[in-house]
Write a protein that binds this ligand. Sequence first.
Ligand code: ZN
Ligand code: ZN
Length: 237
Amino acid sequence: MNIYADLHLHSCLSPCGDTDMTPNNLVRLAKLLGYDMIALTDHNTCRNCAAAMEVGAREGITVVPGMELCTAEEIHCVCLLPDLAAAEAFSEHVHATLPPVRNHPEIFGEQLVLDAQDNRLDTEPLLLTTASTIGIDALPALVRTFGGACFPAHLDRASYSVLSVLGEWYAELDFRTVEFTHKAFLPQYFERHPLLQGKRIVRNSDAHYLENMVEPAEPLPLSACTPAALINFINGN
Ligand SMILES: [Zn+2]
Ligand SMILES: [Zn+2]
């Protein structure tokens, strides 16, 4: 079945995410835009996934728990988990690999943990935009041990992308799917990096503000509108 999905969205828990990106606002806007499925992928944490999934269940849109992990090489990878328990376990695992740098909200922005009514539960004290000690070569297998799947984010960006950091070495890595933003002109990348032609391509908004969320473009051919079907697809099955 054709599933319209945006698999890369930030909430107000990401320091660079707008405080208006609450679980209710982002899930309801995604529904309004016509999405069947979204993934919440804050930097290095899954702590707002519980609220977003609860709103999703209420609104009738599938919310996949996820994270945009920053690897030791400073490469951003979107990680998708099968359920809340796996996401929380993965989030705790990643938290322990972050440097002990505290957030300064006046410089980097607030990191708000909210409930499904958008009430403030907590603020995350650790700065979430640092690099974990997890290397990109180890990440796909690590995410699979939590039942999930991952893909390198925004290959068309000049920073924090696998192409900008590793160049052609990306081909050595165990990724079946890669992400481009909606702005990328793909033929140009296929010409320059022929090995990309064997990869699955997903295109997502990476929205940090409500106004960055866009209408769905190409649907994904999934067997069902579930995290499990999505994870199968991202893993190349
Ligand atoms: Zn990123
Ligand atoms: Zn992002």
